[in-house]
Design a protein around this ligand. Sequence first.
Ligand code: F6P
Length: 470
Amino acid sequence: MTGSADLVIVANRLPVDQVRSATGEVAWQRSPGGLVSALEPVMRQRDGAWIGWPGVAEDEVGSYDPFTEDGLTLVPVGLSGAEIEEFYEGFCNATLWPLYHDVVAPPEFHREWWDAYVRVNRRFADRAAEIAAPGATVWVHDYQLQLVPQMLREMRPDVAIGFFLHIPFPPSELFMQVPWRKEILEGMLGADLVGFQVSGAAANFVRLTRSLVGLRTHRDMVMTQDRRSVRATAYPISIDVQHFEKLAGSESVIARAAQIRRSLGDPERILLGIDRLDYTKGILPRLRAYSELVAEGEFRIGETVFVQVATPSRERVQQYQVLRNQVDQFVGRVNGDLGALGRPAISYLHSSFPQHEMAALYRAADIMVVTPFRDGMNLVAKEYVACRLNDDGALVLSEFAGASEELSRAWLINPYDINGMKSTILAASRADPKDTTRRMKALRRTLRDNDVAQWATNFLTALEEMRQLQ
Ligand code: F6P
């Protein structure tokens, strides 16, 4: 069976999550994460179909009818409660996620989680095979769906298949821990084009196809056993720069930014962190560095405030619960020890905000502090840069975020080096405004050269070239 969609996006989540009100009415709300914010504008431009999970457990996991929401054609794939535990929370987020992020938390390996991963990947592949028109382009996304390209190719050899990994791809020393390492590589090799955030990740992948699968490779090309060429290249993802610029320049965002500043007591300096509450993001060392600077008198309460927004994420996974407790405790202690009446050292918000509010926060913040231990890209860093319409503001950025390769004029830090982080935050806050402007101008130029539309065009053009080559 073939369908009618010429472009099919396959991602674990739909761009919207299903939410039920107390009265049982169904509503849709934007789903979390960088993948959705990057892909949504691409889809609006190209009029394709988006296959994904609506974020809730279903009693029946079969096929659901496609529907249109806010102008997008969405094709839901159901997951049962057990599959959410074993596939999403288990294999995706307690095995692959920590493993691919430098094992900053220990990955767990369970055979039944792997079985669920195979089963759910098969369901997504089946749905893509049904929806795709003859000769369509199918673009599969991220670590949750690494087996889909090969499964889909077996059913639909007529379609062009692209795969993009949004998170890091680890070096061989770590990847080799996975009991199903060969199956995962073979799954990804079902694509014609495999995209990564940075060239080091693409090189890791190519090396593994040689050493583990025994394939011939030449630069970024891998020759498969069925005589296809698969290209593995870096395509650094980006944001809709114009959209953020417009938002940041709107009267309501400007007014809200001023209001945020006032409500924080009109401090001289606002530092800002915005992250999913995830142990890869380096939230604790960042807050530790800041609180030591306050304790040492480098920053004074009332003059400086740190706003930390932590978006709830994967709340049923144990490591995330542990982190939440650690952050809650740490913030409580710092505010108890260092804060003043009505003037906390850290203004901490455990919630998610709409883009409008994020843009206001970006506008209000003098220093954005982004300190992941490892991050595929980090779009928050790019959003901050896009919103600095006056070329001011400092970006402090971890060298372990993919974004640091492009945004090399940021104030780069190593999140494992607390003293280094402290001195860089201080340097950024005391820099000559001319230097700050020079840096921000350069960052904004870099960002404008590669926005998300450019990223999608680069990937899809290269995929088309691969189709011609096969
Ligand atoms: O960008 C990485 C990513 O895991 C996406 O695949 C995902 O949509 C996003 O972060 C948010 O994570 P989750 O879907 O688990 O809430």
